[in-house]
Design a protein around this ligand. Structure first.
Ligand SMILES: *[C@@H]1O[C@H](CO)[C@@H](O)[C@H](O)[C@H]1NC(C)=O
Ligand SMILES: *[C@@H]1O[C@H](CO)[C@@H](O)[C@H](O)[C@H]1NC(C)=O
Ligand SMILES: *[C@@H]1O[C@H](CO)[C@@H](O)[C@H](O)[C@H]1NC(C)=O
Length: 380
């Protein structure tokens, strides 16, 4: 249908066409969302599996801890709102879940590549992307079986409709922790050399889903990791050139851009390898860096300061944790005005920033192709 419109209109003028097509073609009717990623999109996986994320996480929107690393909603929640679907239950959660409209396989600390570490060392999740794909496979097989065996509508009501896996939106937001493991363990040359493998493993995950019927993919690139306040703590009197114009760690951001360029090239190649896939590459980096560089004009406080947690001189007490300073108990509490914060806890964004970023990426202004998420199911 779309191809025909494109073909007919291209006889007239290709510039006018892309606008026409967007407006004339119906919005995609996504039946479900399946998400893969790390803490940027974890809606309860790591909390269910290990130690729950404590208050004041979740205080703003959910008014209680919600398994999310923020005071409120994440970008994945705004995606769900945008396509009129409920917030996603974590696949690993055993309580109060509803998978009728999708599931979330993301867990905080996940990497694309499997790491040989336990979560108790540096917080790296055992549920790397390849495991998340295996979990999806199992989820699909088992829910299809359960759906077939169900005797009542009630039994089926919390299960995905098997035919809808092909009409789902598949979202990915992962890679940031591969970079942080790299900064910890590898030289920059080694990281550059590892990047094609990292990006290929993400591409393999997309191919796996495609082979199981998935057609629409929405792939976030990685954020400006050098702008995370946690990467700026304890950095005093840095040499000239260490920081970029926004005050972020320059070489870390360059590594994120290196990953992103390779990811973008790989996505372009994937489009030829998967002839029926509609794959959108989303430049989350540019959106976030834009916000950080222009925080004040956008109505936000200092982007390199944290809202939740205690950080004075070189004492750092993590958001929601109890620590001590000069023999006194100190709690890592939230700031007065989280709605003006960009960084919630030094690593993760506050809801207000997530909302800003979602507003800027979901309408297509930071995506390739430049299509809003509502129309991301059409292949260009
Ligand atoms: C983990 O260990 C295995 C087996 O020793 C090795 O093949 C693999 O490359 C290691 N992975 C990483 C990310 O270090
Ligand atoms: C932090 O350092 C400054 C300057 O050295 C000092 O005046 C201040 O008391 C320190 N704050 C705390 C809470 O220790
Ligand atoms: C998308 O939304 C943002 C934020 O409201 C706005 O600044 C931008 O111009 C919009 N872009 C498009 C292509 O509609």
């Amino acid at each position: 249908m779309l191809l025909r419109i494109l073909f007919m209109c291209s006889l007239v003028s290709s510039v006018v066409v892309s606008v026409d097509v967007k407006e004339s073609v119906e919005a995609c009717n996504f039946a479900a969302i399946y998400n893969f990623g790390d803490s940027n999109s974890d809606t309860g996986g790591i909390s269910a599996s290990f130690v729950p994320i404590p208050a004041p996480y979740g205080q703003g929107f959910f008014h209680k801890p919600s398994g999310r690393d923020s005071d409120g909603r994440l970008i994945i929640d705004f995606i769900a709102e945008k396509v009129n679907l409920p917030y996603l239950s974590a696949y690993l959660n055993s309580l109060g879940t509803d998978y009728r409209h999708g599931a979330n396989f993301a867990t905080g600390g996940s990497t694309i590549r499997k790491q040989n570490e336990t979560i108790f060392q540096y917080g790296i999740s055992p549920f790397s992307l390849d495991i998340q794909i295996i979990q999806f496979d199992q989820f699909k097989t088992r829910t299809e079986q359960l759906y077939k065996e169900a005797k009542t509508a009630l039994e089926r009501s919390k299960l995905p409709v098997p035919e809808e896996f092909s009409k789902a939106l598949y979202t990915f937001d992962i890679g940031q922790n591969d970079l942080s493991v790299g900064f910890r363990k590898m030289s920059f040359d080694e990281m550059h050399a590892a990047m094609p493998d990292i990006v290929n493993q993400l591409a393999s995950a997309v191919k796996n889903i495609y082979e199981r019927g998935g057609r629409t993919f929405w792939i976030h690139n990685t954020s400006p990791v050098g702008c995370m306040p946690v990467n700026l703590f304890y950095k005093h009197n840095t040499p000239p050139g260490y920081l970029d114009k926004a005050g972020c760690v320059k070489d870390q951001n360059e590594m994120a851009l290196f990953f992103n360029n390779q990811l973008k090239d790989r996505v372009i190649k994937l489009r030829t390898e998967l002839p029926e896939a509609a794959i959108t590459y989303v430049d989350v980096y540019a959106a976030k860096y834009g916000l950080i560089s222009n925080a004040k004009n956008e109505g936000f406080d200092d982007p390199l300061k944290i809202c939740c947690g205690y950080h004075v001189n070189d004492t750092h007490i993590w958001c929601g944790n109890l620590g001590s300073e000069n023999g006194k108990d100190v709690f890592g509490a939230a700031c007065e005005k989280p709605s003006a914060a960009i960084s919630w806890d030094g690593v993760h964004y506050a809801e207000a920033a997530n909302h800003w970023v979602a507003n800027h990426i979901l309408n297509g202004s930071f995506t390739d192709p430049p299509t809003p998420i509502s129309h991301s199911c059409y292949r260009h």
